[in-house]
Design a binder for this molecule. Structure first.
Ligand SMILES: [Zn+2]
Length: 94
């Protein structure tokens, strides 16, 4: 998952604002980080962001979850490709 600074940069490029409050709320508290990335809570948290910071902040919250999900799966895919390559090499399969 991208670090907070990366999320700030992505928001800044997309909207002209870094939405630090949004990204720090999602990632800033290690004890609540998993809960705040829970896709089943998107409806609840979307309402909160919309009411507190407006529609654009709500979009940045959803984009944050999207970017983390993509980053995680890109990493899983890289690990899988390496594991497959290592396993094939181990057994001499070319
Ligand atoms: Zn995150």
């Amino acid at each position: 998952m991208p670090p907070i600074e990366k999320h700030l940069m992505i928001s800044l490029e997309r909207t002209g604002k870094d939405y630090r409050e949004v990204h720090e709320w999602i990632d800033g508290d290690p004890a609540k980080k998993a809960e705040r990335h829970d896709v089943t809570k998107i409806y609840e948290y979307s309402q909160m962001f919309k009411d507190k910071y407006g529609d654009e902040a709500l979009q940045e919250y959803i984009q944050h979850i999207h970017d983390d999900l993509k980053g995680k799966f890109d990493h899983v895919q890289e690990d899988l490709q390496k594991a497959v390559a290592d396993t094939l090499a181990y057994f001499g399969v070319k």
